[in-house]
Design a protein around this ligand. Structure first.
Ligand code: ADP
Length: 189
């Protein structure tokens, strides 16, 4: 079973991803987490990505392709499937994912959209900044991340709904309730 979690920054993708991966033995592929790790370890890739991430813009597709391919190869045989979180983030990345998955004869079973109104996102992210201290969790960078989401990522909602893969979940409910809503979708696959 392979899933994509789609939704704006602050929608709760990371939180939901963790419990879904535990419950269904999926491998959590978060491009944001992988990139932050590269930055912390000061790898060449991390050095290239850092300034772009600090601005809330998208790092280049070349970098994303490299980290995704490596991650998939390393984890393919260890889990029941992948949960993609923060990727794909644009139409080009959705094409990239199709190609990668085709090559290994794997397909996406569902795309879950965590739907949260923009007015709620800002408050959530300010709170997360206090708790986790992420450098890109500040008001200016958030504006740019939201802008990138609405222009580049949101078109994927249409793309996956045409493929009949999209399921929308109300991401404003309590964490546990959102979790149950997603579990129901997963159990129906
Ligand atoms: P968010 O909370 O905005 O969903 P993420 O942790 O997924 O944050 O990503 C943090 C940053 O990492 C993004 O703002 C972007 O700079 C970079 N990033 C993450 N995933 C991708 C991707 N698939 N393509 C390009 N850049 C990415």
């Amino acid at each position: 079973m392979n899933l994509i979690l789609l939704g704006p920054p602050g929608a709760g993708k990371g939180t939901q991803a963790k419990s879904l991966c535990d419950k269904f033995n999926l491998c959590h592929l978060s491009t944001g987490d992988i990139l932050r790790n590269e930055v912390t370890e000061q790898t060449d890739l991390g050095k290239q990505a850092k300034s772009i991430m600090d601005k809330g813009e998208l790092v280049s597709n070349n970098i994303i392709l490299e980290i995704i391919k490596k991650f998939i190869n390393e984890n393919l045989s260890k889990y029941q499937g992948f949960l993609f979180d923060g990727f794909p983030r644009s139409a080009e990345q959705a094409d990239m994912l199709d190609t990668i998955l085709n090559d290994i004869s794997v397909s996406i079973n569902k795309v879950i959209l965590l739907d949260v109104d923009q007015s709620i996102l800002l408050n959530r992210i300010i709170k997360r900044k206090e708790e986790e201290g992420r450098k890109d969790d500040n008001e200016d960078v958030l504006k740019s991340r939201l802008d990138v989401y609405f222009t580049q990522t949101q078109p994927l909602i249409d793309y996956y709904s045409k493929l009949k893969l999209l399921e929308k979940v109300d991401g404003t409910k309590e964490i546990i309730q959102v979790n149950q809503d997603i579990n129901m979708i997963m159990e129906a696959i």
